[in-house]
Write a protein of this length. Structure first.
Length: 80
């Protein structure tokens, strides 16, 4: 199940597209927006969930766990 969400226009990351991020809140208005977004390091994922993420997979953008597209303010998320 794929789902597209966008960084909220009020976010300081709106003009950027970090490779890795987490968000606190998902708000639905005209689109679904991530609010309270922070950029993270990929190494944090392997530290927190080594049973799920591998460093090699995180570097490989063709991996199924990774979003397949990204736009200036949109990130396609795949359900895990």
């Amino acid at each position: 199940h794929k789902h597209t969400v966008h960084i909220h226009p009020n976010s300081s990351l709106f003009e950027e597209t970090p490779r890795w991020m987490i968000y606190f809140e998902l708000v639905f208005t005209s689109k679904e927006f991530m609010r309270e977004v922070i950029e993270i390091e990929s190494s944090w994922l392997t530290e927190v969930a080594p049973h799920y993420y591998r460093a090699k997979e995180l570097e490989d953008s063709t991996n199924r766990k990774m979003p397949k597209q990204k736009g200036k303010t949109a990130i396609e998320l795949s359900s895990l």
